[in-house]
Design a protein around this ligand. Structure first.
Ligand SMILES: Nc1nc2c(ncn2[C@@H]2O[C@H](COP(=O)(O)OP(=O)(O)OP(=O)(O)O)[C@@H](O)[C@H]2O)c(=O)[nH]1
Ligand SMILES: [Mg+2]
Length: 313
């Protein structure tokens, strides 16, 4: 049976749990195809949606292996889970995404698990905005939990992890990793630290370094636990799952979960605005004959160009 193309029928199918409809709806909002706005409106509402766990870390840190283990662990309790793998550096890690898909085949055929990736190819206003739209649609599809895997430990990843309720930052043995996490602002962004590949030398030292850095950071209402895992064998996964559950309870009890949700909705407005304006500009692919070209040649200053994009400007 072919899928309907009109947004309201499609959204109805998404909400009723139709996975093919979900995949189609995600492509529409990811690529901003016709009907995307209506779909997003139909998928958005006052309900908080399922809790989102962000898993972030350097390339190859073991995020996908951990995600895979977490999914298997959560499935045992019957929870349905959607995974969104966000890959900002597609030219370099395109192969890794494919690898993820293959690894995740273990869950293929399990109707309680849905896996999807998003790469930076062709996203006018940035991958963060595209991921936000996709999460809105996934949030309407009735899953008990959502996991977002993001590659890297830089500023853009901090942005992506802002979309999560609970952010797990994955490091590997080597104290340089801990220092790098500090520099990239991940010490602030992390709700849970994982030192993965704890079967390798230096894991204890990395854990110690992280504790020292957290100590320097002063008092905080939630001190991120620091866990060691061996994702390949499943070592430490139960503890990770428990830490995520504890953080979720903290969010609910402290009211911080509600604060984060409000902030997330606000930020989505900023991202949407940025995208809308960039597309008015003619896109980042402007060949030089548009407004951007005039700015490049120095004929128009950047501030005037920006003002011209606004109504009345
Ligand atoms: N020794 C060891 N290897 C691991 C562990 N966890 C993952 N690996 C290996 O590390 C490699 C990368 O694992 P992935 O799970 O693909 O890492 P990732 O962070 O998702 O990688 P990207 O998505 O490419 O950034 C794979 O070969 C894994 O088998 C671990 O705990 N110990
Ligand atoms: Mg991966």
């Amino acid at each position: 049976m072919s899928l309907p193309t009109d947004p309201s029928t499609l959204a109805g199918l998404v909400v009723s749990g139709d996975r093919r409809a979900l995949a189609r709806a995600l492509s529409i909002v990811e690529d901003r195809r016709p009907g995307d706005r209506e779909l997003l409106t139909l998928c958005s509402g006052p309900a908080p949606g399922p809790p989102i766990v962000g898993i972030s870390g350097a390339p190859g840190a073991g995020k996908s292996t951990l995600t895979d283990r977490l999914v298997a662990e959560r499935r045992r309790s019957g929870a349905s889970i959607a995974v969104l793998a966000v890959d900002p550096a597609s030219p370099f890690t395109g192969g890794a995404i494919l690898g993820d898909r293959i690894r995740m085949q273990e869950h293929a055929g399990d109707p309680g698990v849905f896996i999807r990736s998003a790469s930076s190819r062709g996203h006018l206003g940035g991958l963060t905005a595209a991921a936000g739209r996709m999460l809105a649609v996934i949030g309407a599809a009735g899953f008990d939990e959502v996991i977002v895997e993001t590659v890297g430990v830089g500023q853009s990843e901090v942005e992506v992890v802002d979309a999560a309720d609970t952010t797990v930052v994955v490091l590997t043995p080597g104290w340089g990793d801990a220092v790098q996490a500090n520099k990239a602002g991940l010490l602030e962004a992390a709700d849970v630290f994982v030192v993965n590949k704890a079967d390798r030398a230096g894991a204890d030292e990395t854990v110690r370094h992280l504790h020292q850095m957290l100590d320097l950071g002063g008092e905080r209402r939630w001190r991120p636990p620091i866990l060691s895992t061996v994702a390949t064998t499943g070592g430490g996964i139960d503890e990770l799952s428990e830490a995520v559950a504890r953080h979720r309870r903290y969010l609910a009890d402290s009211g911080e979960g509600e604060d984060r949700r409000r902030l997330r909705r606000r930020r989505q407005v900023h991202l949407a605005l940025h995208e809308a304006l960039v597309s008015r500009l003619g896109g980042e692919t402007d060949t030089g004959d548009g407004l951007l070209g005039a700015v490049e040649r120095g004929e128009i200053d950047p501030w005037t160009a920006a003002a011209r994009l606004l109504p009345g400007g």
